[in-house]
Design a protein around this ligand. Structure first.
Ligand SMILES: [Zn+2]
Ligand SMILES: [Zn+2]
Length: 439
């Protein structure tokens, strides 16, 4: 291998073959969310580190191990401003960014709730492994400024319908739990601490730390032994305060009314500190090891306040697009590609090129999806590529046609062709396309 520059570790290219899945998912999601009244938003990839310390939590894995810092390279003595830049990071998650934007742009004065969604590139400094990269794309959906259980249920319904549109609903299951609010969180933690106190010495090292700092996360451990101990652990829902309990019951009732299926998972907690009340994950049924989820989220009624806004409740979720695409490929799901080139102009020889260019321009002005074959391929292989790109017609201008002032129109479906005068070619094409549309 020559002196080649390669991808940065943990990064990947998404090649043309995969793109139809991506555009299909984005089309389906745009359609579904817009019809639910969501508006699209884009926020910057670079954010202040502080945002995630206050959001996900100082002790969260994201902040402790997974942040990519941003620095300007090539400076030796860093100025104060450059020092500050180091305090910027590539965003590792979406919710905090959207909440920052909600506060900073005064969305509190808009009609509430504000319903937003975004496709986001997220960055996490994980150990790269098969199918896991340090950059991934997430659909982020947030409903800000409403605490009603109906918001939780309707947002879940929108997500469920997106999965239905993508033919994923048969393989997916929603797991639900409620993890309480400020009023009852200390009760929940106490009941967990009471349960774990006599056995804390038998837990894994990470769990011994969690026992002191964040007992809820004890339920989230992936170590075999810790999972065994967990079986007897108290259920969070049993320690909820009356308000949290009735909120959760209503969410479940609305989901029943909407026909959205779910499983209660009494041990479900999320890796980020800001979650309150309803939390959920969507799992692929084939993922028996419970390695990763297709989507996840929940309520975060205190986050807007923690990030400096006026207190306001909110609910949201993220859906990992890379994993959905991979599943679609694995399951050989059929996805229709958008129509690319409809008419391919094939020119052979210098004189033909000059004839073909104005033809391409005028077809383009008519709004037809026309393009010109490039490169030095033979007629045969150019026709093959016309087939591959799904073109309906090929317009062939060879040396003889260029001299005669004619064009050969080839129907790519049945391989019939006819020669027409250059002046008549546009009328002939329109007629052909009309005929094809009727078939
Ligand atoms: Zn553990
Ligand atoms: Zn509560």
């Amino acid at each position: 291998m020559k002196n080649q520059v390669t991808r940065v570790r943990g990064m990947r290219d998404i090649l043309p073959d995969e793109q139809k899945y991506w555009s299909n998912i984005m089309r389906v999601t745009d359609h579904r969310l817009k019809s639910f009244g969501f508006q699209k938003i884009n926020t910057p990839i670079i954010e202040a580190k502080e945002l995630f310390i206050r959001g996900a939590g100082e002790k969260s894995d994201i902040v402790q191990k997974e942040l990519f810092g941003v620095i300007r390279t090539g400076t030796r003595n860093k100025s104060e401003e450059e020092q500050k830049e180091i305090e910027s990071v590539l965003r590792p998650e979406g919710t905090a960014s959207i909440v920052r934007s909600y506060i900073e742009n005064g969305m509190k004065t808009w009609p509430q709730p504000v319903k937003l969604y975004s496709f986001m590139e997220l960055f996490r400094y994980d150990r790269p492994q098969k199918g896991r990269y340090r950059q991934h794309t997430q659909l982020d959906v947030e409903v800000l400024g409403d605490e009603a259980p109906l918001t939780d249920a309707m947002t879940l319904l929108a997500l469920w319908q997106i999965l239905q549109d993508l033919n994923f609903d048969n393989n997916a299951v929603i797991e639900l739990n409620s993890i309480g609010d400020r009023a009852c969180r200390s009760n929940i933690e106490k009941s967990l601490n009471d349960f774990y106190k006599p056995i804390v010495g038998h837990l894994c090292e990470a769990c011994q730390e969690r026992y002191k700092t964040n007992p809820l996360r004890l339920l989230d451990c992936k170590e075999k032994e810790c999972i065994q101990y967990r079986e007897q652990a108290p259920h969070i829902v049993d320690s909820l305060c009356p308000d949290c309990r009735s909120h959760f019951m209503l969410v479940l009732e609305y989901l029943d009314e909407a026909g959205v299926p779910y499983d209660l998972n009494p041990f479900l907690v999320r890796g980020l500190d800001y979650y309150t009340r309803t939390t959920f994950e969507i799992r692929d049924k084939s993922d028996k090891e419970r390695q990763s989820s297709l989507a996840g989220g929940g309520r975060y009624d205190n986050l807007i306040e923690s990030l400096g806004g006026e207190p306001a409740p909110a609910f949201g979720f993220g859906m990992g697009i890379d994993r959905i695409v991979q599943k679609m490929i694995d399951q050989e799901m059929e996805v229709k590609d958008e129509q690319g080139t409809e008419i391919l102009i094939i020119q052979l020889g210098d004189r033909a090129k000059k004839k073909a260019i104005p033809l391409l321009v005028s077809l383009g002005k008519k709004g037809l999806a026309a393009s010109m074959a490039l490169g030095k391929e033979s007629l045969k292989s150019q026709l093959r590529s016309a087939n591959k790109m799904g073109a309906k017609l090929a317009l062939i201008v060879g040396e003889r046609e260029a001299l005669d002032g004619t064009v050969m129109i080839r129907n790519m479906l049945d391989s019939t062709q006819e020669t027409v005068d250059f002046e008549d070619v546009e009328t002939a094409i329109e007629k052909k396309l009309e005929e094809l549309a009727q078939d």
